[in-house]
Design a protein around this ligand. Sequence first.
Ligand code: NAI
Ligand code: MG
Length: 340
Amino acid sequence: MPKVCVIPGDGVGPEVVGSALEVLHNLDVQFDFESAIVGTQSFEKYGVYITKEALTLATESDAILFGALTTPRRRDYVSPLLLMRWNLDLYANVRPAYCLNKEFCLAPLDIVIVRENTEGMYGAEEEELENNVVVTKRTISEYACQRIIDFAFKYANDHNRKKVSCVHKANVLRTSDEMFKKLFYGTAVNFAFYNKIRSDDVLVDTAAMYLAKEPEYFDVIVTLNLYGDILSDEAAGLIGGLGFAPSANIGKDHALFEPVHGSAPDIAGKDAANPTGMILSAAMMLDHLDKPHSAHIIRESLKHMFQDKNNWTKDIEGPCGTKEFTQRLIKIMDEKSANF
Ligand code: NAI
Ligand code: MG
């Protein structure tokens, strides 16, 4: 039986993870769930944000289901999420963004952002020089660029996507981003020939504009860490908000599934979080653990849910709190899943 490490985390994390677990328990799948305390509660209890035991549990699991963490105000903080991305080498951050109902989407998006997940600015290595000047180190390696490009094209091919766009800033970063772009076209040529997948490249600032103005321009985006982080929040905004955006952090041997959003302290504890992003992340986990039909039931049931305004969540001015939404979704799964 696959082992799933559950990390609810801080803020709305436990609320949306609780909802996703209820949905999973209602499906015909068997997992061995084990919870780990990570984040603020871990710090209060053990003096560290993630213990060795929690990291070991995550490492030994077939998948990790992760809510969100609050970043404390201390300069020596290293995010347990970043630690897991590095230690488990979760190099590909896959972030689909598609519109569940045009009535609450700003753009009819259906894209997947594939974000490099181990390098860039996220080492957060900063050096203070004289006169209040700070230099931040940004690492971009040929190895990491090539493997995220390979991942993106393979993903596009496996998911019947037609185009991969490389998003970069090579007009300014003429060594690092130029290398990324060059490697991209080196791979694109093979996929154009054998798999009929088209390719192009777009500057990151232009990409931000196209996403909003001409969203059908994009299909799969492959990009570096910081650009992917920013563009995926923009994409989430266009499909109704952060509550709608799922993600998967994939490595060769490990995988972690989390919503794109953070711990949302402004709505935490108010039963106001939209659990859709977390539930769709759980669906991505089901695909990863070879349960595509169960993943399909979740996606179709969510589509069905949002057709009816009575089922809308509070972030899109609907009446449903997190718990009510979850109960209604489970009811729809029970009633409709035979048709999906
Ligand atoms: P956030 O993503 O937590 O919230 C941004 C806005 O979106 C807020 O108005 C929030 O209410 C709303 N929102 C987020 N999730 C929602 C949901 N499920 N349903 C409805 N509305 C939702 O980003 P913010 O406020 O910038 O960061 C809060 C904390 O989370 C910070 O400490 C930040 O460092 C941390 N963070 C953690 C992440 C993670 O654990 N993966 C990712 C991003 C931020
Ligand atoms: Mg982000």
